[in-house]
Design a protein around this ligand. Structure first.
Ligand code: FAD
Ligand code: NAD
Length: 466
């Protein structure tokens, strides 16, 4: 039996960052991972492979769709899907190996196998190499992540009916891909396959896409994706799926009730959300249980049972890699006896479609519901010189600031590379900046970041360039 200060279950962005920080702070740490490689959902079948395909398919479409030729670059592209998948796999492998390197560098022991909590301070591991190993530890950090939420009546086989993992590795370009769920996964992976030549239909239960996103931003995204050829069936539920050898027939109904219809596809992607993953964790051995949604609760990362901590997708909050990372750091600092806090009001979200969507803080609907008086400054990318010169003028930056104090309450952007711009507003909000602070800060010209400055000027009615 080996003894540790911390044993971490799961090596996703929650688990691996917790392990690294624990190593840095001189704690004796082991990280148990059931997958063959480190990095969790994010590196293996999530953020990273999806971004690899988004990048490659964006370049393909720029060449195939006439964008390059409009710039005077004549090429006749042909799609080599096998190579596209190969470069994705190579990048993923390099990244997971990078985490292995960081584990070695920070003296984190990687225990390869599936972990089960076996009473206070005990973690039993079913080792990949065979046999079991008991780890004795002062603290247990549960970072076991999440899995796709299944849809009753639409069984995922990852042949014709796919979850996100299946949709990241298709052997061919679908003729017609039906995506169930107009959330982040559906729109990102739907974009990948549409760019590569699929007809894409997105079926969404609600009357809008991306619930949770600022309404005006979501509407603009839907309109822009629609112009690109993605079609949407909103307010619609899927009641069943019949899978044949090379096609799937879906039965749809209006969400509010009414006549049913059928929709044929050769592939279906089910992307209706993710749920916490706690299978086989042995929670009962320490008296822990999940809520109705399968989620483990936490209070400042503590599970409610002494010395058992929870971080990342398995607990409350947005299911995002950087949120898991923030919690990882704060959790380990607390274990080490330091003060630490996660500011849940400043966790940005990015949708990596084209145009990108990036937001942080509150949306207009949320502020209205709170009865908070706010001012809006908005600037369109059609008036931003860099966007104009690059022919990427879809979208805007919108800044919401408190009507009395001018403090920035939310920033919502849709446009070129806005995922790279949102960090500025996270820093600003952490420092309780006002819209005027942004308006009076020099931004480089010509960049898209100037759109944010002009939007901030707009909060006080003096936008200069539109
Ligand atoms: P995970 O990454 O899920 O890691 C948990 C790990 O624990 C897994 O490797 C699992 O094998 C292991 N595990 C579970 N139980 C045990 C056990 N009993 N014993 C041993 N090991 C165990 N987020 C973003 O911020 N940006 C993005 O662009 C983005 N894109 C995404 C794209 C897709 C297609 C998907 C599916 C997700 C995406 N996400 C993105 C979400 C992001 O992947 C998750 O929020 C993040 O991975 C959560 O980290 P985690 O450490 O909590 O869990
Ligand atoms: P999501 O919660 O973003 O979207 C799910 C969508 O499916 C919602 O619009 C919801 O209304 C709809 N829906 C739910 N049940 C339905 C039903 N029965 N029929 C039709 N529509 C239904 O979930 P997701 O897209 O599956 O992504 C899962 C998680 O992964 C998200 O929480 C997200 O944070 C994370 N993720 C993040 C990124 C990123 O940061 N760029 C990328 C991919 C995934």
């Amino acid at each position: 039996m080996s003894s540790y200060d911390v044993v971490i279950i799961g090596a996703g962005p929650g688990g691996y960052n917790a392990a690294i920080r624990a190593g840095q702070l001189g704690l004796k740490v082991a990280c148990v991972e059931g997958r063959e490689t480190l990095g969790g959902t994010c590196l293996n079948v999530g953020c990273m492979p999806s971004k690899a395909l988004l990048h490659a398919s964006e370049l393909y479409e720029a060449a195939a769709g006439g964008e390059l030729s409009a710039l005077g670059v004549e090429v006749t592209p042909s799609l080599n899907l096998a190579q596209m998948m190969k470069q994705k796999a190579a990048s993923v492998e390099a990244l997971t190996k990078g985490v292995e390197f960081l584990f070695r560098k920070n003296k984190v022991e990687w225990v390869k196998g599936w972990a089960r909590i076996d009473g206070p301070g005990r973690v039993q591991v079913k080792l990949h190499e065979g046999g079991e190993r008991l780890l004795e530890t002062q603290n247990i950090v549960i970072a076991s992540g999440s899995e796709p939420t299944p849809l009753p009546g639409v069984e995922i086989d990852n042949v014709r009916v796919l979850d996100s993992t299946g949709a990241l590795s298709l052997p061919e370009v679908p003729r017609h891909l039906v995506v169930i769920g107009a959330g982040v996964i559906g729109l990102e992976l739907g974009s990948v396959w549409r760019r590569l030549g699929s007809q894409v239909t997105v079926v969404e239960y609600l009357e809008r896409i991306c619930p949770g996103l600022d309404g005006e931003t979501a509407k603009t995204l839907q309109r822009t994706l629609g112009k690109q050829g993605m079609s949407f069936k909103l307010g619609t539920k899927v009641t069943g799926a019949k899978t044949g050898k090379s096609s799937v027939t879906l039965t749809l109904e209006p969400a509010a009730g009414g006549a049913s219809e059928t929709l044929e596809a050769d592939y279906v992607l089910v992307a209706i959300g993710r749920r916490p993953y706690t299978k086989g964790l042995g929670l009962e051995s320490v008296g822990l249980s999940t809520d109705k949604r399968g989620m483990l609760g936490n209070d400042k990362h503590q599970s409610g049972v002494p010395d058992v901590w929870v971080i990342g997708d398995v607990t409350s909050g947005p299911m995002l890699a950087h949120k898991a990372e923030d919690e990882a750091v704060a959790c380990i600092e607390r274990i080490a006896g330091h003060a630490a806090e996660v500011n849940y009001g400043v966790i940005p979200g990015v949708i990596y479609t084209r145009p990108e969507v990036a937001s942080v803080g509150k949306g207009e609907e949320e502020l209205k519901a709170e009865g908070r008086a706010y001012k809006v400054g908005k600037f369109p990318f059609t008036a931003n010189s860099r966007a104009k010169i690059n022919h990427e003028t879809d979208g805007f930056v919108k800044i919401l600031a408190d009507a009395n104090t001018d403090q920035i309450l939310g920033v919502h952007m849709i446009g070129p590379s806005v995922g790279e711009l949102i960090g500025e507003y996270c820093v600003a909000m952490e420092f309780s900046a006002s819209a005027e602070d942004i308006a009076l800060t020099c931004h480089p010209h010509p960049t898209r970041s100037e759109a944010g400055r002009q939007a901030a000027m707009g909060v006080h009615g003096w936008t200069m360039q539109a």
